[in-house]
Design a protein around this ligand. Structure first.
Ligand code: ADP
Length: 378
């Protein structure tokens, strides 16, 4: 696996259980996954020679992020080592503009969008939409970095100086959404696919803070349409492994809600952390099964509801001292910490709890996450 963040770390347990040797190419020996993987050589994912050297020892290459450059992927492909997802699919998770073009071709609902390289094109799109729009740098963004709501071309003057025909910006209408949803599916090279229940994701300041599985009150028709879109995207783009499709739920003119796709991730995803404890097959195990072309596991939920709360970095730097309190207070919680150094706002862990009363589960997951963050002390 190329990348050594929390997604690689959370793949280590399932790999061990399946009897698979998971090697992690680590950026730094102190990275989340490097601390727990038995084999974690150090090397940067942009260092072509280093990645090729790493790949020579692997049967399959996969990723915990989408930032490996195309020339590095091409060099790995030349070795004959299978890459999952294949670079031809991965490009649509690496580049939001390429994704918009492809999904529009497929007729998948998207926000109205345009590309822009200069102020005139930005102004023309603002005029067309008639209100604020969202500007995005197509590559390298996460947690809302590289996303800006703008009212004039001047608001992205800094980005426009760097934009070019080869590297344009993406503009989208500001979607007036009801809420954010995510569809998580897995697909194997043989074409077997499995979909988990559609979830609601809750963001605070552009960072996902909570996931509710399944999305409460979602109409069965919308759940089916969203799932079908997720499976169709996986099939049409040739995705292998886990695919997360982030969506906005929008109010329909006929009173029936619809969706538009926000973005794609081709790897285990924050919206799927609930599956570790809340479904028969967790996303990390499923990703490994899929990229190894093994039969997929059942994605069914184990309980009516699971609430997941992300633990963000806060004032506490030594988290284990808080364990006694949260574990004793609620023995049903499943606590996952990533071994990352604490920085304000950084995702450093998550809490899952499953059961039959969603409001109660949310409160309990939230309480534990806040306690670990240090914003409450009882
Ligand atoms: P990132 O790659 O940083 O996760 P996203 O494209 O997912 O960036 O955008 C981050 C957040 O910004 C989304 O979760 C959503 O809340 C908001 N957002 C993004 N695009 C739009 C849009 N077109 N309309 C309204 N809100 C948006």
């Amino acid at each position: 696996m190329i990348g050594s963040g929390q997604l690689a770390r959370m793949s280590v347990g399932p790999a061990a259980e399946l009897g698979i040797t998971l090697s992690v190419l680590a950026t730094d020996p102190d990275d989340s996954a490097a601390l727990v993987a038995a084999h974690a050589p150090v090397g940067h994912h942009t260092d072509l020679d280093r990645v090729v050297q790493f790949a020579r020892h692997c049967d399959v290459i996969t990723f915990d992020h989408e930032h490996v450059p195309a020339d590095v992927l091409a060099a790995v492909a030349e070795l004959g080592v299978p890459i999952h997802p294949d670079p031809s699919a991965l490009q649509f998770a690496q580049d939001k503009l390429a994704m918009r073009i492809r999904l529009t071709e497929l007729g998948i609902p998207c926000p109205r969008w345009a590309s822009a390289t200069n102020a005139q094109e930005v102004t023309a799109f603002l005029d067309r939409i008639g209100g604020p729009v969202v500007a995005k740098t197509p590559r390298g963004g996460y947690d809302g970095k590289g996303v800006r709501v703008i009212r004039a071309a001047d608001d992205i003057a800094d980005w426009l100086t760097r934009a070019s025909e080869a590297d344009p910006l993406l503009l989208e209408e500001l979607v007036d959404f009801v809420r954010e949803l995510a569809v998580l599916v897995a697909r194997s090279p043989s074409g077997q696919a499995a979909a988990w229940p559609v979830v609601e994701t809750v963001q605070t300041d552009s960072i996902c803070t909570e996931v509710l599985a399944p999305a409460p009150g979602l109409s069965p028709d919308l759940a089916a349409a969203a799932t079908e879109a997720g499976l169709r995207i996986a099939g049409e783009l040739g995705v292998t492994g886990v695919l997360a499709v982030e969506m906005f739920e929008i109010a329909g003119p006929d009173g029936r809600n619809g969706f538009v796709v926000n973005e794609l991730a081709m790897r285990p995803h924050n919206s799927g952390h609930w599956t570790m404890d809340g479904s028969v097959t967790g996303q990390f195990e499923q990703h490994l099964r899929a990229v190894l072309d093994l039969p997929l596991g059942a994605p069914d939920a184990r309980e009516p509801w699971t609430a997941m709360a992300n633990v963000l970095g806060g004032d506490l730097t030594e988290l284990y001292s808080t364990y006694r309190h949260i574990m004793a207070r609620d023995p049903h919680l499943k606590i996952h910490l990533y071994g990352k150094s604490v920085r304000p706002g950084r995702k450093i862990g998550h809490i899952n709890v499953s059961g039959s009363d969603l409001d109660d589960l949310r409160e309990r997951a939230r309480h534990a996450a806040d306690y670990l963050r240090g914003v409450i002390d009882e």
